[in-house]
Design a protein around this ligand. Structure first.
Ligand SMILES: [Zn+2]
Length: 123
């Protein structure tokens, strides 16, 4: 069962998760973006400036979901995933986003933590 949210609902979720994840010292915006403005096959992405603790999260517009994943997309899950990247931003910046071993580790860790957190809050 998928979770599809409007940009307004995503902003409410952002407020909620920023507190839970203790990211209140960041300035974070979230937007819904079309597929052409995202990396290919990405359902969400985050860009940050660590020195300013500013971040921008884009979540793929459901219009651009491939038909076969429509029912499985979960925009809250995508949001939490991208927020968790901010906790690892100093290490990610250190590797200059250029170390496949580290990037794989980061993605796997974040996927597991995200699904655990989502499962707990929806119980
Ligand atoms: Zn990720």
């Amino acid at each position: 069962m998928g979770v599809i949210l409007t940009e307004e609902q995503l902003r409410e979720k952002l407020k909620y998760w920023v507190k839970i994840l203790r990211l209140q010292d960041w300035i974070i915006e979230v937007k819904i973006a079309r597929g052409k403005d995202m990396l290919e096959n990405a359902s969400a992405c985050v860009n940050w400036t660590l020195s300013k603790k500013m971040a921008s999260i884009k979540v793929l517009d459901p219009i651009d979901y491939p038909d076969d994943v429509m029912g499985e997309r979960d925009m809250e899950n995508d949001l939490v995933h991208e927020l968790l990247h901010l906790h690892l931003a100093p290490i990610n910046d250190y590797f200059n986003n250029n170390n496949d071993f580290y990037n794989t580790f980061e993605e796997q860790a974040i996927e597991s933590i995200t699904s655990g957190l989502i499962a707990v809050v929806r119980k």
